[in-house]
Each structure stands twice: as C-alpha cells, then as structure tokens.
Ligand binder design. Structure first.
Ligand code: KG4
Ligand code: ZN
Length: 337
C-alpha cells in the first residue's frame, strides 16, 4: 500500500510517499528556519503563509523523486493535530483537495504518533509494545506504546518542553534559532559541571512528571547576576551544563519508569532525540541494564512527512480514516485517535 503524506504542523513543509508503513519511497522537506531565525522563534502567521507557497512544489517534488504516479497512491495521510492551527490547516486542506479529486481515503495522523512512527522507518525490526520518550519543541512525554495505535501517557512536562527549554536558553546565550542544535554543537567545548545547581525539580503529586521552566530561569538569573558584578558568563560552559542537566534529568526519569513498569524495550524520538549526548547516554544506560534501545535515524528526528506516512499506514489498518469535514486541532491527547 502506497500512502502520500503531508506534515505542516509547525515550520517545515513536508511531503512523502511511504510503502506499507516502513519503506520511504521519497521525502521532501522545505524548511523555513532562515526566516524565523530573524525573529528568534517561529512566527505563526509567517509559517502558514510559507506553507501555502511551498506545499504544491514539495508535493510535486516528492512524486518526481519517487517516480510514482498519483494513480498508484492508495490513500493520503496528513497531520491534523497538535500544532499551529494555521499551519496544520494548509496541509489538511491540501490533502483534502487531493482526496476529493482522486477519490482517495483521508487518514488524519496525530503529530506525536508520527514521531513514534519515525522509529519504524528507522528500525525495521521494531514493533510495539515498547516504552517511548517523545521529546520535541512542544512536548516531552513518556508513553507506553502498547500497539501501533494504542498509547498511554505515563509522564509529561508540567510547563516548558525540553526542546523549548533548549531554544529559550540558547536565545538567552545569544545563539541562533533553533537553539537546541547550537547548544548541542558548542557543548563539547564547555565544562558540563561548571554550573552544578541547575534544577531538576520533583513534581508534587507525581514522581514521573517533568518541569523544565526553572532551567531557563536559572540561566537568566545567572547571566543577570554576572552582569551586575561586571562579569560575563562562559557561553560554552553554560551550554554544556544545561545540556548535561536536561539529558541527566530526562534519562534518569525514563530509566526509573522503565524499571518500575517492567519494560526492557526503550525508544526515543522527536527533534531533541537528535541530541548527541541524549543518544549516547541512553545507549550506554540501556546497554548497562541489558535493555533494547531504539532511536530514529538523524534525518527522521525532526518534523517530516515520512513519519506521518508510516503512522498513516497503521491508522488505516485500524480503519482510522476520516470524512473530509475533519478540522485541525492545536491540542489533542496522543491516546485519542
Ligand atoms: O520535533 P521537532 O522537529 O518539532 C516539534 O514537533 O516541536 O522538534 C524541534 C525541537 C526544537 O526545540 C529544537 O531545538 C530541538 O528539537 N532540537 C534539538 C536538537 N536538534 C533539534 N535539541 C537538542 N539537541 C539537538 N541536537
Ligand atoms: Zn515534531
């Protein structure tokens, strides 16, 4: 089965053709990063306009790359939630138009389920059940992936997401957007133990949930205190210390939940799963404990339509298709289809 897929939930316009959930026949991603960098973050109005301008070209490009004709497409999958509504609507309406004109079924896909599916296109031998940490710019979830379309959230952030924290800290340090990548890049030049008191809070009422907002506050206060003393902080030391603290906080909690839930098969996904220290630390910890560990190939960590085409296949098998009046949603629980 060949699925044409679209992803436009944030600032990447992407189209892909995926065969039977696992084979990526083509993938095109048009990034808007250069423009949003000027403003230090994604500007929703600009994002939707750029999606409108790029989506047709990206779609044509993905057909060209795959040498597949639209006649051979069996269904269209598209991200419909969560994300920036104006951005989601561009992909959703474009997908609806194709479904209407070509009489194809429409498969709405949850963005975070798509991130989980990035693991299936990267690891052909991975299948549920497993425990998965989804870490992106907007979400930090630890999810029990019981089956391809059955998921339960075991832990999540109470405030900022890990990716958002990386980006906000990077902005305070004068690094470009998206900051997570730049923090990761310069961290090896710094001392990860230079700032030992970066908070890793316990949450009242839940020993599993996260809170990241204190990290950004810590960095702002440290920079201001140094300025008041007429000193400058060492950017590489701060980047390395923040990266170490975030990774240590995430990995220790993930391993604790794995031990307590009895899962021995662990995976990470989402934009932050590209972080080199996160990948290395998870790998080492899982090896030490005899756990199986899976991560997406680097090209599938960030937002892309191939992961949507993969998840679309599993949603289709479960008959999770939709009529053409479906709307886009800025928020939606991953456990709901
Ligand atoms: O999944 P994603 O592409 O988009 C969302 O669904 O949000 O994730 C984007 C996030 C950004 O916050 C970005 O800074 C972060 O992923 N990111 C990284 C790295 N590469 C991307 N964070 C830390 N280290 C990286 N190497
Ligand atoms: Zn994402």
């Amino acid at each position: 089965m060949k699925i044409l897929a679209f992803e436009t939930s944030c600032d990447d316009t992407s189209a892909s053709i995926v065969q039977d959930g696992r084979g990526v026949l083509s993938l095109c991603v048009s990034s808007q990063i250069n423009e949003h960098t000027l403003y230090g973050g994604v500007v929703p109005e600009i994002a939707s306009r750029r999606h409108c301008e790029s989506i047709k070209k990206v779609c044509e490009e993905t057909f060209k790359k795959s040498y597949i004709d639209i006649k051979n497409i069996d269904a269209v999958a598209v991200t419909y939630a969560p994300g920036l509504v104006g951005s989601l609507l561009v992909g959703l309406n474009f997908a609806k138009g194709i479904c209407l004109s070509k009489r194809l079924p429409l498969i709405p896909v949850h963005h975070l389920r798509g991130h989980v599916a990035s693991l299936y296109i990267s690891n052909k031998n991975l299948s549920p059940p497993f425990l998965c940490m989804i870490v992106s710019g907007g979400h930090t979830h630890i999810v029990n992936v019981k089956d391809y379309t059955e998921m339960e959230v075991l832990a999540k952030t109470r405030d900022d997401a890990a990716g958002e924290t990386f980006d906000k800290v990077a902005r305070c340090l004068g690094l470009p957007y998206p900051g997570g990548i730049y923090i990761d890049k310069i961290s090896p030049k710094g001392n990860p133990y230079a700032y030992k008191s970066i908070p890793r809070p316990e949450i009242e009422g839940s020993k599993y949930d996260f809170s990241f907002s204190g990290i950004k506050t810590f960095v702002i206060n440290t920079i201001n205190n140094s300025k008041n003393r007429g000193q400058e902080i060492n950017i590489e030391d701060m980047a390395a210390s923040v990266r170490f603290a975030i990774v240590d906080y995430m990995v220790s909690r993930f391993i604790m939940i794995a031990k307590e839930s009895g899962y021995k098969k662990l995976a990470i996904c989402g934009g932050v799963s590209a972080n080199t220290l996160f990948r290395d630390t998870m790998n080492k910890e899982c090896q030490k404990l005899g756990f199986e560990f899976f991560m997406p190939k680097l090209e599938f960590c960030g937002d892309n339509a191939a992961m949507i085409g993969s998840q679309g296949y599993y949603e289709y098998i479960k008959e999770n298709t939709s009529s053409l009046d479906i709307n886009a949603f800025s928020n939606k629980d991953i456990s709901l289809k």
